[in-house]
Design a protein around this ligand. Structure first.
Ligand code: PGA
Length: 247
């Protein structure tokens, strides 16, 4: 089970205490070994936090990387390799907030390839907008986003799929449980057939996950984890999600 914190543009060196508290909770409650916690923090904190978290269950991730693999004249960009060197094990790619800032399917495809070459685990985000949902295009949009971003079956072993409906991010709205169940199943089926892949893939859900709706979300046994934005910026809110998930 994955619980991924996406801090977005939030975090200073001293905010490490948030992760320290989460770690203390996990240790105290001896949560089972299948629990994976990933903290996707701003690049400025990767090295500091990954050093501090070395002996804990929490892994550090980045929130994006450049589409370019090698060093070059790309002012302001950070490559997958650099992120890996800094201590990250994971990287989020394709988040709707990055798509809004210009990431196209093609750029996302390149980023996945770069991150794969760098040896990072990829948290690949995709999902439909509200207008696409209203037009009943969800399934088609998701399938297209996946097909265009993942062009080689070999990438699958490094990818965690993260379904994040754009309209649910930061809005306090989540899909109906029956709809979500259907979509997650469809993603698994689609990946299996499109890439002739017989290995199980992991599909996470993200979008307004909190300690209350986790009680409903956890009923969907096809979900392999959660991507938590806003509620991961507070140790209490994040721990409450874990508490309610495991109770
Ligand atoms: P949210 O963000 O939990 O604040 O909705 C989720 C995300 O952006 O990954």
């Amino acid at each position: 089970m994955f619980f991924v914190a996406n801090w977005k543009m939030f975090g200073r060196p001293s905010y490490y205490k948030i992760l320290e508290k989460i770690n203390r909770y996990i240790v105290r409650h001896k949560k089972n070994k299948s629990l994976n916690i990933v903290a996707c923090v701003p690049n400025t904190l990767i090295t500091l936090y990954s050093n501090k978290l070395k002996k804990t269950l929490i892994k550090v991730g980045a929130q994006n990387c450049s589409e370019f693999q090698n060093d070059g004249p790309y002012t302001g960009s950070v490559s997958g390799k650099m992120i890996k060197d800094a201590g990250a094990k994971y990287v989020i790619i394709g988040h709707s907030e990055s798509r809004e800032q210009g990431d196209t399917d093609k750029i996302i495809k390149n980023k996945i390839e770069s991150a794969f070459k760098a040896g990072l685990q990829i948290i690949f985000c995709f999902g439909e907008t509200l207008s696409e949902k209203n037009k009943k295009k969800t399934k088609q949009i998701i399938r297209n986003q996946i097909r265009k971003a993942i062009t080689n079956k070999k990438f699958l072993k490094k990818i965690l799929f993260a379904y994040e409906p754009v309209w649910s991010i930061g809005s306090n709205k989540i899909p109906k449980i029956t709809e979500l169940n259907y979509i997650i199943r469809d993603i698994k089926k689609f990946v299996k057939y499109t890439y002739k892949n017989n290995k199980k893939i992991k599909v996470l859900y993200g979008g307004s996950v909190n300690s209350l709706n986790i009680e409903k979300l956890k009923l969907i046994n096809q979900i392999d984890g959660y991507l938590v934005g806003g509620a991961s910026q507070s140790s209490k809110k994040f721990i409450d999600i874990l508490k309610n998930y495991y109770k």
